[in-house]
Design a protein around this ligand. Structure first.
Ligand code: ADP
Length: 420
């Protein structure tokens, strides 16, 4: 027990004893004991009143009091001091955080659970056109109105980002990322100006497109002459001419694929969509696959009435790349199955083969340009190394996703999943 409590008990004992003695002397014990209790209660009430006044007066120093009340005042005083210190520290941290985020060149916006603006830094004004404090409390989707941003928020995919044109300046390209924090109760939106990077990417894509375009005509001319020369060549020229023709065909395929890829990359993010009769499209690809190699068992199982909103020629190149790959990488006698169906998850194109299969470590890289598991084998079978990169681009433009399962020696299955 603390000395203050001893003091308090001693005070109570002395008071009771004093009034008890008076009571004994006057013969009115009960009356004087009642007076003692009233005096004691009054003293406590008085100190309670002082405590309350101190709390409400915002005075720094606590009132003076003897005994247990002195101890109570002192403990409250210490608690108050500790709180003030903590408050000052937190305010300093907050100030430092706000100063550093304000100085950041990236737009930083704190959003509530429902994506309402709670706080924003200076760069948000320039990059996103937001104003503080007028825009606080308003939903961020009122300012970033792009459908791809709404889709990005709906998908809640906090790993990725979305590239958009700045709502305040159409010449600025932004990379926007929304990260949840505080147990998903708040979100941090970060928008970075990637205009120089975007320009560089555009230049690279334009350059590839232009070079491919320029190469097209000379290649057609060379190919034409080679075909004429191959009609009746001297014996010693037969093999060189055959090899030259083979290589020009390879170059032509490469140029065509590069051109298609650069067109897919540079055109507006979504093509104009029309209902495409996928069953008919797959029937023609199926027939072409037969012509390509008659030594496979190819089957086609399609939902005749199931259509897909999209761009027919782009879908044709994606699906035919997957089917021709299956033919290319499946030894003679193997079987290839093509499906087009719908289930609760959406619409699916699927092609499975009993070919050579792909090792696990290669699968995540297959859609990179010129990525080939075996370069020599791909070339010998007429591959350009761009087929799956084209498939990925086409699927991106159709809200689709490529899924691959494969086992070495057993075969591969490729799915194109469409949410529609
Ligand atoms: P390529 O023109 O070389 O076929 P792709 O981009 O179409 O280029 O494919 C990349 C690589 O993926 C191929 O080189 C091949 O190694 C592998 N691949 C694609 N499809 C299959 C398949 N059905 N079976 C086995 N390997 C495949």
């Amino acid at each position: 027990m603390s000395p203050a409590w001893f003091q308090e008990l001693w005070r109570l004992f002395s008071l009771v004893l004093f009034f008890l003695l008076i009571g004994l002397l006057t013969g009115k014990i009960c009356f004087y004991l009642l007076i003692a209790s009233l005096v004691y209660i009054a003293w406590h009430l008085y100190n309670l009143y002082r405590l309350h006044r101190w709390f409400t007066s915002r005075k720094f120093q606590p009132p003076d009091a003897p005994g247990i009340w002195g101890e109570v005042f002192y403990q409250f005083y210490r608690l108050q001091q500790r709180n003030r210190k903590r408050k000052r520290k937190l305010a300093a941290i907050l100030k430092r955080f706000q100063k550093s985020t304000s100085a950041m060149p990236d737009a930083t916006v704190v959003l509530s659970k429902n994506y309402q603006i709670e706080w924003l830094n200076k760069a948000s004004r320039q990059l996103l056109g937001l104003q503080s404090p007028q825009d606080k409390g308003k939903p961020i989707t009122n300012f970033i109105r792009s459908p791809s941003f709404a889709e990005y928020l709906a998908n809640n995919d906090n790993q990725s980002f979305v590239n958009l044109v700045s709502p305040s300046n159409s010449e600025i390209i932004l990379r926007i990322c929304v990260i949840p924090y505080a147990r998903n109760d708040q979100h941090l939106l970060i928008a970075r100006d990637i205009t120089p990077l975007h320009r560089l990417e555009q230049m690279r894509s334009d350059f590839i497109g232009n070079v491919s375009h320029e190469l097209r005509t000379p290649l057609t001319v060379i190919n034409g002459f080679l075909e004429t020369l191959q009609d009746n060549p001297p014996k010693q020229w037969q093999r060189p001419l055959f090899l030259m023709a083979q290589q020009t065909i390879r170059m032509r395929n490469l140029v065509e694929d590069l051109l298609l890829l650069s067109r897919l990359e540079s055109e507006a993010s979504q093509p104009s969509h029309h209902p495409v009769a996928v069953a008919e499209l797959l029937q023609s690809i199926y027939e072409e696959a037969h012509l390509l190699n008659g030594e496979h068992h190819i089957s086609l199982e399609v939902d005749e009435n199931l259509k897909l909103n999209g761009q027919q020629e782009e879908l044709r190149s994606a699906f035919s790349n997957l089917v021709f790959n299956a033919v290319r990488y499946t030894p003679a006698g193997g079987s290839i199955k093509i499906y087009w169906y719908q289930d609760k998850d959406g619409k699916h194109f699927k092609v499975s083969d009993t070919g050579e299969g792909i090792a696990k470590e290669h699968i995540p890289h297959l859609t990179e340009r010129f990525y080939r598991v075996d370069v020599a084998r791909s070339r010998s079978r007429g591959g350009t190394g761009l087929g799956l990169a084209i498939v990925k681009q086409v699927l991106n433009r159709h809200n689709g996703r490529l899924r691959i399962i494969s086992e070495i020696g057993k075969g591969s299955t490729f799915w194109c999943d469409f949410k529609e």
